[in-house]
Design a protein around this ligand. Structure first.
Ligand SMILES: *Cc1c(COP(=O)(O)O)cnc(C)c1O
Length: 831
């Protein structure tokens, strides 16, 4: 076929060409034209920006083709609503998904720059706390890779999750200034903006057609401006959008106030509206119950729904087709105000009858529940809610009135049930229950792991599951193998390509073919070689971050995740103290050398979590400075656990710590990232651990601890932690050593709140699971001594991780919940 001159031009264009030469020309162009720097004085950051812009150029060609395709076709779009998107560094991922990493490396080398050094410069957008925000990001990667028309909707926080520093063993929070040096991936669209009302009051009137209309007279308005980040799929042309809203004042000054001389009042309004998207709330599980938080939620939900209505109008579709064009997934209850806001937009603004609006709302929305922890179930005090959102509250009351009528008909005379199911908690200070609003207003409710979905139906959602059993689903979480294997573990990726073929990246179940090699000695050597190199790389990072030298031949035993009592980092720390005691007592004792690595942020207001960080650092200081521990035991707290650091931590693990109190971790996703990278898991029967063990087989998983059922039973019977201490001499000693100031330079007060909490109430059954955990760790040590057995287990973990790809999870959402199909995008025809 003769070369089409346009296509040839595109292929070699500095904006779109994928070869090293076109990339090099693109980088030089962007260095001068966008970064405004001549090469002679460009800093590494300038080169990073120029390369990022050049990668973005290639993505935008695909983004435009995607947009065109979606505009022309009849299709349904998934809108993923999430208050958090923890997308991680973008440059490396985009190079991998475009398939031009090698070309970019060559191009930069020709320009005298090292690609790895440039990748290390990138600041990550920390627009999430942990698992929930990272899940949303993995799902965007899978949505694009599977060619599903989709948009991510959220908040463009100016300050994301704080950076964590460790001073004197304590966590210190430092503001995250991720935007300081500019964000090359973001496209701000001042012309895509919506107004969001707050406060004030409502008025009823009868319109000329004789219908009752409610008008909301707000106290003030905030403007939301779209900030887009392109989300490219792996080796496809589909480039979807992450659309985050930033708040702006409607007017720079309220002129009336200004003319009246109240300059400060005028500026105050501006300050409030600009504060809205200023900062992410740094609480992982419990809700702060703050007014600004509710305002943030309503702000991004309202902008997003208005945006969807505008897209409908642009397509020339009537509003009655809304649910045919969109499926909206609510990531936890944070966006659940969408139920009331969509009703408001349809009834008050688009003037639809209530029943039609309700049908549209119910067919559009679906809700993912992420927690059973009672303190994390979102509720808002009624006065706060009414003051901020008077009209949405009226709508919630009307939804609730109709809903309770339905319950009354189904269960006549059951007032207790009515009170339990109401959207308003009437006991004590009245509150709005957001999970109830979401459940009533959505066509589907899903949990995030099989155990979690089952417990959801038995506990917090019991009444709803009885009323509407067909509404409840399970979609076990997944993570993207592009970022967490291909990008962050290139050594493993090469070995997998060679052994099972490259198809595993988009069909992770193909890793099953590794099983045939699990006992092959030569393959085992290669496998160990990859792990060894990853451990050496982590050792280097540890050395430069905390100044501790660790031995890459030791067992790397890693627990990285938010610090939380239910996740039980303190159980792990108690084991470290126990091991330390044993080694001190018996200097001749032969042990498998271990390096314990901890990482994770604590919510700034969560004193117990911060004390756990202090304990880990106290233990690390003592252990690492004791010559008797040399070559046997090391402890590291790796500061500032985020996606960027996760890239080199997960691939270096031998052992993955997943030790939450059974029934408390909804799913976990860190457990999956470790497994894919060949770590063995020590864990409880909690969240997705249950399914990980099912997949890998019980001989290849270190199981310990109480089951969710036993945990429930112990709490019912009355738990006495003192009994556990009295029954176990080593446990008593470990607690005494901590309480006696051994890890706090003699300070006997420092850890008192932690030790007293464990001895007196121990709400997460740390002491009840201690003996089983220690015994299980002994099994781990024994298994580690047999390198061939361990390597076989490691290979089998990767081989059987296929289920935990986010591609599988997204396919399940598409089939079970959204009823959405892929739409492929053709690039060449559109340029
Ligand atoms: C995966 C991930 C998490 C979630 O970890 P869990 O072990 O599931 O709690 C949190 N933070 C980051 C940066 C992650 O990559």
């Amino acid at each position: 076929m003769a070369a089409d001159p346009t296509t040839t031009a595109v292929r070699s264009s500095a904006r779109t060409g994928l070869d090293a030469d076109a990339l090099k020309r693109g980088v030089l162009d962007n260095l001068i034209c966008l970064q405004a720097r001549p090469p002679g004085i460009a800093t590494p950051h300038d080169w990073y920006m120029a390369l990022a812009y050049s990668v973005r150029d290639r993505m935008l060609a695909r983004w435009a083709a995607t947009f065109q395709t979606y505009a022309e076709r009849e299709l349904r779009v998934t809108c993923y609503f999430s208050a958090e998107f923890l997308i991680g560094p973008q440059l490396g991922n985009n190079l991998v998904n475009l398939g031009i990493e090698a070309n970019a490396r060559a191009a930069m080398q020709a320009l005298g720059q090292d690609l790895d050094a440039l990748l290390a410069i990138e600041e990550e957008p920390g627009l999430g706390n942990g698992g929930l925000g990272r899940l949303a990001a993995c799902y965007l990667d899978s949505l694009a890779t599977l060619e599903i028309p989709s948009v991510g909707y959220g908040i463009r926080y100016e300050f994301g999750i704080f950076d964590q520093e460790i001073r004197d063993g304590w966590q210190v929070e430092v503001t995250d200034k991720w935007l300081q040096k500019g964000n090359p991936w973001e496209i701000v669209r001042p012309n895509v903006a919506y107004y969001v009302a707050f406060g004030g009051h409502t008025q009823s009137e009868t319109d000329p057609q004789g219908r009752l209309r409610v008008q909301w007279i707000p106290a003030h308005m905030v403007k939301g401006v779209a900030c887009d980040t392109p989300m490219l799929g792996f080796r496809v042309n589909t480039c979807n959008t992450l659309r985050l809203w930033k708040s702006e004042a409607v007017e720079s000054f309220d002129l009336q106030d200004f003319n009246a001389g109240d300059y400060y009042q005028a500026v105050q309004e501006k300050v409030i509206s600009e504060t809205l998207s200023k900062v992410l709330y740094p609480n992982d599980e419990p809700e702060a119950g703050k007014r600004l938080r509710l305002a943030q939620q309503y702000f991004f939900v309202s902008c997003s729904l208005q945006d969807m209505l505008r897209l409908l109008d642009l397509k020339g579709e009537p509003v009655g087709r809304f649910a045919d064009m969109f499926a909206a997934q609510l990531n936890d209850t944070h966006p659940s105000i969408a139920v009331a806001e969509l009703m408001r937009l349809l009834v008050d603004v688009r003037l639809l009858p209530w029943d039609e609006a309700w049908s549209i709302t119910r067919r559009t929305l679906a809700y993912t529940n992420h927690t059973l922890l009672p303190e994390a179930l979102e509720t808002w005090g009624l006065p706060l809610f009414r003051g901020l959102l008077p009209r949405p509250l009226e709508i919630i009351y009307e939804i609730n009135r109709r809903f309770l009528d339905e319950v009354r008909q189904r269960y006549p005379g059951d007032d207790a049930r009515l009170a339990r199911m109401s959207m308003i908690d009437e006991a004590g200070e009245k509150k709005v229950r957001m999970a109830h609003l979401a459940t009533v207003g959505c066509c589907a409710v899903n949990g995030v792991a099989a155990l979690h979905s089952a417990l959801l139906k038995q506990t917090v959602m019991r009444d709803f599951a009885q009323l509407w059993p067909e509404r409840f689903h399970n979609v076990t979480n997944g993570v993207t193998p592009r970022r967490f294997m291909l990008l962050s573990n290139p050594g493993l990726a090469r070995l997998l390509d060679k052994t099972v073929g490259e198809g595993w990246v988009t069909d992770l179940t193909r890793l099953r073919a590794l099983e045939a090699h699990a006992d092959d000695a030569a393959f085992q050597d290669e496998w160990r070689g990859v792990k060894r190199a990853n451990k050496e790389a982590l050792a280097q990072h540890i050395r430069s971050a905390v100044g501790v030298v660790v031995d890459p031949t030791a067992l790397f035993d890693i627990q990285v995740k938010r610090i939380h009592e239910y996740k039980r980092q303190h159980l792990n720390a108690l084991y470290v103290v126990t091991l330390y005691q044993r080694l001190r007592r018996d200097p001749q004792r032969a042990v498998a050398p271990r390096c314990f690595v901890f990482g994770g942020k604590a919510a700034p207001g969560y004193a117990m979590a911060k004390l756990i960080i202090r304990l880990i650092n106290g233990v690390a200081e003592v252990v690492n400075n004791d010559p008797a521990m040399d070559g046997r035991l090391k402890v590291v707290f790796f500061p500032d656990f985020n996606v960027k650091n996760a890239h080199f931590i997960y691939p270096a693990a031998d052992l993955s710590e997943q030790i939450s109190t059974a029934g408390k971790e909804a799913s976990g996703t860190g457990n999956m990232k470790f497994m894919m990278n060949g770590a063995l898991t020590i864990g409880t029967l909690d969240g997705a651990n249950v399914e990980i063990r099912e997949e890998v087989g019980d001989q290849n998983f270190f199981l310990f601890g109480l089951t969710a059922e036993q945990v429930e039973q112990i709490h019912c019977e009355g738990y006495r932690p003192a009994d556990c201490v009295n029954a176990n001499e080593e446990l008593r000693e470990a607690l005494d050593l901590i309480a006696g100031g051994h890890f706090s330079r003699g300070d006997r007060n420092m850890f008192r709140p932690l030790i007293e909490n464990l001895r007196q109430t121990d709400p997460f059954l740390v002491l009840a699971d201690y003996a089983a955990y220690v015994a299980c760790q002994e099994e781990v040590s024994a298994a580690w001594q047999d390198a061939r057995r361990w390597t076989r287990m490691s290979i089998l973990n990767t081989a059987r991780a296929g289920k935990f790809s986010s591609d599988r999870a997204i396919r399940e959402y598409c089939e079970q919940i959204w009823k959405i199909h892929p739409v492929s995008v053709d690039l060449d025809q559109r340029l």
